[in-house]
Every structure is written in structure tokens, then in C-alpha cells.
Design a protein around this ligand. Structure first.
Ligand code: ZN
Length: 155
């Protein structure tokens, strides 16, 4: 590999090719924070054909960040490195229930009320494509919309 091992931090592997920058966007890393990081794009992968990899020194992630990574890079594995060794390896998966991360696209949905809005909640719709359904009004939101909400139109 082109990149040296990191002492401590996170390696996000098996990101779908071309999506490494989306992952950085999710983590709100612009390069100005001072983290040492490596982004490797479009390298060979047995599993995926091509993949991206992101290595970040001294940056760890959990909870909502991991859920968001799962939405833009559902094939990713998150490796936690300490003292040059992988101490934890986690495969992400799209959460079955999402609370507060996405916004319902139906303007009349109870979650969109200006007064006392309800926290948006969605359930994962089984299938090949990433889709979520609003628990309140039944509106389905598709992957394009999900990506746009998470990272904006121009990642
Ligand atoms: Zn709704």
C-alpha cells in the first residue's frame, strides 16, 4: 500500500469507489483541522472491484457518525488502530431505525410542523437500494435524497 501504517486512529476500508470524500464530509473533515490523513481512491478490491480507503490519525468515531457513514458507504469496515494494531474491526450496516438524522420530504408531515415538530423517525425498507420510510406519514425517501441531505448536492 502507498501509505504507511498509522499509530493510532481509524481506517475506514471498503468504501464504495468514489465515495471517500463523502465520508470525509460526513466527518466534517476539511483538511484544516490538522489531522494527518490519507485518502486512497479507486484501488483494487476483491470484494468490490474498486474501493476507497480513508485513514485518519487520532480521530475516532461512534454513534451518529457511524450511522451516517453506513448510509453513504454501506460496505465500509471501520478499523480502530491503537499502537499500530487493529484493536477493533466493525462492519457498518444501515440502521433499521433512524432518529433525527434525515428529514421527511413531505411538507405536511407532522415532523415538519413549525410548532412542536416531532423528531423524524424512519425505518429501513428492505431491498437492494437504500430507502427509508417515514414512520409518521409513510413517505419513502430514496438514496439520492438521503445523500443530498447528508452531504449536499456537490460532495
Ligand atoms: Zn413524514
Amino acid at each position: 500500500m502507498l501509505v504507511r501504517k498509522i499509530k493510532s486512529g481509524t481506517v475506514i476500508d471498503h468504501i464504495p469507489a468514489g465515495r471517500a470524500l463523502m465520508v470525509l464530509r460526513i466527518l466534517e473533515i476539511t483538511g484544516r483541522e490538522g489531522y494527518r490523513l490519507a485518502v486512497v481512491m479507486n484501488v483494487e478490491s476483491k470484494k468490490l472491484g474498486r474501493k476507497d480507503i480513508v485513514k485518519i490519525e487520532d480521530r475516532f468515531m461512534e454513534g451518529e457518525e457511524v450511522d451516517k457513514i453506513a448510509l453513504v458507504a454501506p460496505t465500509a469496515t471501520i478499523n480502530i488502530i491503537r499502537d499500530y494494531k487493529i484493536v477493533e474491526k466493525r462492519k457498518v450496516s444501515a440502521p433499521r431505525l433512524l432518529e433525527g438524522i434525515l428529514r421527511c420530504t413531505n411538507p405536511t408531515c407532522i415532523t415538519r410542523k413549525e410548532r412542536e415538530p416531532v423528531t423524524p423517525r424512519f425505518r429501513l425498507v428492505e431491498g437492494k437500494k437504500l430507502r427509508y420510510q417515514c414512520l409518521y406519514c409513510g413517505t419513502i425517501i430514496e438514496e439520492d435524497e438521503i445523500l443530498e441531505q447528508l452531504i449536499g448536492r456537490n460532495p
